[in-house]
Design a protein around this ligand. Structure first.
Ligand SMILES: Cc1cc2nc3c(=O)[nH]c(=O)nc-3n(C[C@H](O)[C@H](O)[C@H](O)COP(=O)(O)O)c2cc1C
Length: 442
């Protein structure tokens, strides 16, 4: 069978475009309305997409005065989506910097049980100082420390998921034996960051381990992804950069003894779809017109660790920006944005317009055929195993993608016409981890 694409719908509020809530069609209260997200998950499932995904950070992000900033905790939301869907995978972000492994292992194992094997965890280290200040810290922990903690966090979590073997529960009513207690074992983890006895208080879940997803692209982020991730979300502006990232990550995974095909790479795309190219561009321009430049400039200044006054709107980026090494937040996104502005000679105002749709993800305005063409091009050019679909406006952008782009991809033999398995791992063609109790317990 020819290689097939993987498609994840990255869902956020009423769309990824920061001004999407201002369109006449948008419900400005939808960010905390479970019915809105249930509707979106059903649309994505109608399109046979692999999964839906919710980003998260334990902090109020953005200015609540300017856009819908409050939102629901995503693992709670996933359980509500599990109840109204049957096939689609359900992925949520959770931070390794501001959680404890026991709680999170339990939460994701529970979502995996509740959904019948459809849970995935986007493992993030959480970039901002504002989040740190919600957890008793004055500043964001150093980038390197965050990734070191993340690695140990994942080690502990996976050991906890394996602390029950698959066959531990016997439920022998006649003999009065519910589980073979020898197959439910402590993990006795002792490390730099965590001391965890275990075992987990949830039996091994349908997928063994929920799917492990990751989204950091710095040196530390890539090395972490190469070791642990099974799917990687990434922001890439050009085909050449995406190819370089793809080759680098596959090579790093192979160097660690992993099957390079066991790590699926999904660059983001913000498709702005209309029946004609000029209509799509009109919609894109309309969204750009609704951006509040002052608000966007403040966000950009924060990312660059500068004062907003250092970024005059009608001038290019200043020459004396910090280097990636000096950024303690999201390093790779910083570099992507600076490269984009310099490559295309953009003023700050133009840059803000370009970032409005997807915060640095590639925006593509065009007809369904053109969107399908660019997806196919990147897929066949060694740049992607699939895509993170980030509609600028929801639900209309997702509906347009599912009803008009997916059928083209299916007709070209690039995408499934029906689900072939039952779990999220099945959709991504990834194996179920064997229970490694014998290997991990003392
Ligand atoms: C598609 C995508 C989704 C992301 N979702 C989240 C998220 O939900 N929460 C978060 O804190 N960071 C999120 N990130 C940011 C990454 O986890 C990471 O902080 C960022 O890419 C910079 O990582 P780096 O410093 O290793 O380059 C996301 C990144 C991408 C590309």
């Amino acid at each position: 069978m020819p290689k097939r694409l993987h498609l994840n719908a990255f869902l956020m509020s009423v769309g990824h475009h920061e001004a999407s809530w201002r369109l006449p069609e948008s419900d400005p209260y939808a960010s905390w309305d479970v019915k809105h997200f249930q509707n979106l998950a059903r649309i994505a499932e109608r399109g046979k997409l692999d999964s839906v995904f919710f980003a998260d950070s334990p902090v109020l992000q953005g200015d609540p005065g300017r856009r819908p900033a409050g939102k629901l905790e995503p693992t709670v939301l996933l359980t509500a989506l599990a109840a109204v869907t049957d096939h689609i995978g359900l992925i949520a972000t959770a931070s390794t910097s501001y959680n404890e492994p026991y709680n999170l292992a339990r939460r994701f194992a529970s979502v995996d049980h509740v959904s019948g094997g459809r849970a995935g965890w986007n493992i993030v280290t959480t970039a901002g100082a504002d989040a740190a200040r919600n957890f008793g810290l004055d500043d964001v922990p150093a980038h390197r420390d965050r990734y070191e903690r993340a690695a140990e966090f994942v080690e502990v979590t996976t050991k906890l998921w394996d602390s029950w073997t698959d066959d531990a529960v016997i439920a022998d009513k006649a003999a009065g034996v519910h589980a073979d207690a020898a197959k439910v074992r402590p993990i006795n983890h002792r490390g730099r960051w965590f001391r965890v006895d275990g075992p987990l208080n949830v039996p091994r879940s349908p997928q063994g381990w929920p799917l492990l997803v990751q989204a950091g692209s710095s040196e530390d982020g890539r090395q972490f992804a190469a070791r642990y991730a099974e799917a990687v979300f990434t922001a890439q502006q050009t085909l050449a950069e995406a190819q370089a990232f793809y080759a680098d990550l596959k090579q790093r995974a192979a160097a660690l003894g992993r099957d390079p095909d066991g790590i699926k790479i999904l660059p983001g795309i913000v498709p702005v779809i209309a029946a004609t190219e000029s209509e799509a561009q009109k919609l894109d321009a309309e969204l750009e017109r609704l951006i509040s430049p002052e608000y966007a400039r403040r966000q950009l200044a924060e990312r660059f660790q500068l004062d907003p006054a250092d970024l005059p709107l009608d001038e290019p980026l200043p020459a004396n920006l910090p280097t990636e090494d000096e950024i303690e937040g999201a390093k790779s996104r910083f570099t992507l944005i600076v490269d984009l502005a310099r490559r295309e000679n953009l003023t700050v105002r133009q840059l803000i317009g370009r970032l409005g749709g997807g915060r640095g993800h590639r925006t593509f305005a065009g007809t369904p055929e053109q969107v399908a063409d660019t997806i196919e091009d990147w897929f066949h050019s060694g740049a992607a195993d699939g895509f993170n679909i980030m509609p600028a406006v929801l639900p209309s952008g997702l509906t347009a993608f599912v009803d008009h782009v997916v059928p083209i991809l299916q007709a070209r033999g690039l995408f499934r016409t029906d689900y072939e398995g039952t779990t999220l791992r099945d959709h991504y063609g990834l194996p179920r981890p064997a229970d490694s109790l014998e290997l991990t317990s003392a």
